[in-house]
Design a protein around this ligand. Structure first.
Ligand code: PXP
Length: 240
């Protein structure tokens, strides 16, 4: 099971002062030292946290990068130039606090299909961030995506036990369906130290992308230790 640590939240702290602290490359090194297998960053169109220079610096320092991005042509061009190991297509709205819900692959149509193809031609592994919905997964497969990242934000926010169990079941069924199509299965959004076990235990899931809970915990225990605790928790529950 791979752990990609989302370091957008560290860049957010830096951007509050538009300076250089906290240093993103140093943070990335701490994440890897704590057991992360890679880093996830979202180059948003409004550049509210990660900057173009961060993507270049992280890539040229040799980190395994999963770049989250919208299908906007300006951002796709940057991805094709920098060539991160993987790209994850996400929906993006200026006014949102964080990514809200999965991408509507079906509505994305041919335009989305050609973005997926363009990234793949650049030898980038292409993932799409989607809700646990078989129709969306089927379309992602038809459009040539290599992976899906299942949106776990709804599950993470639910308080009602029955609704939570139903959403977890939907995530599990979606993961099994995607796996049966030969897609790699990732999961992310809202995962924390309490709920990670139930997601990590779902067999086809091979990668978790986690940011906010780790960076929040890092304020008290340090980044390396916060990543290490998450990594150990995942190992305890993961199927492999
Ligand atoms: N995966 C995707 C596609 C995301 O958009 C985000 C948030 O940027 C994450 C994972 C990480 O979510 P969180 O910060 O809630 O752990």
């Amino acid at each position: 099971m791979r752990l990609g640590v989302n370091i957008d939240h560290i860049a957010t702290v830096r951007q509050v002062r538009r300076g250089t602290e906290p240093n993103l490359l140093a943070a990335a090194r701490e994440c890897i030292a704590g057991g992360a297998t890679g880093l996830t960053i979202h180059l948003r169109e409004d550049r509210r946290h990660i900057q173009d220079a961060d993507v270049i610096a992280l890539k040229s320092s040799g980190f395994r990068l999963n770049l989250e991005l919208s299908a906007a042509s300006e951002i796709i061009e940057i991805a094709c130039k920098v060539k991160p190991e993987a790209c994850c297509l996400v929906p993006e709205k200026r006014e949102e606090l964080t990514t809200e819900g999965g991408l509507d692959v079906i509505s994305g149509g041919d335009a989305l299909k050609s973005v997926i193809q363009k990234l793949k031609e650049t030898s980038i592994i292409v993932s799409v961030f989607i809700d646990p919905d078989q129709k969306q997964i089927q379309k992602a497969f038809e459009y040539g995506a290599d992976c899906i990242e299942i949106h776990t934000g709804t599950y993470s926010n639910l308080k009602d036990d029955h609704k939570r169990a139903a959403e977890l079941n939907a995530i599990s069924n979606a993961a099994i369906f995607a796996g049966s199509l030969g897609l790699q299965v990732h999961a992310g959004h809202g995962i924390d130290y309490q709920n990670v076990g139930s997601i990590a235990a779902i067999k086809p899931i091979e990668e978790l992308n986690i940011g906010h809970s780790i960076v929040s915990h890092a304020l008290f225990v340090g980044l390396k230790e916060a990543v290490s605790q998450m990594s150990e928790t995942i190992k305890k529950y993961a199927h492999k």
